[in-house]
Design a protein. Structure first.
Length: 232
């Protein structure tokens, strides 16, 4: 792989545009996998990172924390880890050509939250890809092997990518926080990326949805994804 390159979209200054840059293509080390990015979502959080309104990212930074693609090369197996926390995916047999999404939040693997599999609550994450380390707005992405989740051939890359952030957020909100029961009525305020995902999960779980959004096309999307009604 030495000498091969890739293009990435880099944020160099707060408020600035993303600029295309050519960089050496990474070579995966132990426990790492090189992904050819086939789809990367743009999350509203990316806009907050660009303007620095939520957190101040280290710059320059390649944004993109909703990543799906194909495995290109697999690094050597990592040394046994002292951590006990499971990774979000099953990746022990990752091979070139595999279709995967890469979860962006890499827990420390040693705290109580990581040990129970709730890496998203880890107070000392090893990395938050696209927030504090280079993400997926690039032709290739160097992933931690344990962050990968296999995706079925029937799932388009673009739909798989958004499961890594807005999709997982929706599943947790509907099933673990709100604990929506079948036949309950759920009001979803805001039919953006997360809101539309919430609608799909809640509909799949048998709930009735009323969506509220001032944006007409968003209300139409809410209805298309199964909301019973939509108000502005
Ligand atoms: Zn996000
Ligand atoms: Zn942890």
């Amino acid at each position: 792989m030495t000498g091969e390159v890739m293009r990435v979209a880099v944020l160099r200054a707060l408020g600035g545009p993303l600029e295309l840059e050519t960089r050496p293509r990474p070579v995966p080390g132990p426990g790492q996998v090189l992904i050819r990015v086939r789809a990367a979502g743009l999350c509203h959080t990316d806009l907050h990172l660009v303007d620095g309104s939520a957190v101040t990212p280290p710059l320059p930074l390649v944004l993109g924390h909703e990543i799906a693609g194909e495995v290109v090369t697999v690094g050597a197996s990592p040394s046994p880890s002292p951590g006990t926390g499971p990774g979000p995916g099953t990746n022990s047999r990752t091979e070139p050509g595999d279709r995967v999404l890469a979860y962006y939040y890499e827990g420390c693997r040693t705290c109580a939250w990581c040990a129970e599999g709730s890496e998203n609550l880890c107070p000392r994450p090893a990395a938050k890809v696209g927030f504090d380390s280079d993400g997926g707005l690039a032709e290739y992405y160097l992933a931690s092997a344990r962050s990968l989740v296999p995706i079925a051939d029937s799932v388009p890359f673009a739909e798989a990518a958004v499961l890594g952030c807005s999709g997982t957020t929706a599943v947790r909100v509907v099933r673990s926080v709100a604990r929506v029961a079948p036949d309950e009525t759920v009001v979803v305020v805001g039919a953006g990326g997360v809101g539309l995902s919430v609608i799909q999960v809640a509909v799949a779980d048998g709930a009735r949805i009323l969506a509220i959004d001032p944006h007409g096309p968003s209300r139409e999307q809410a209805l298309a994804f199964g909301a019973a009604g939509a108000l502005d």
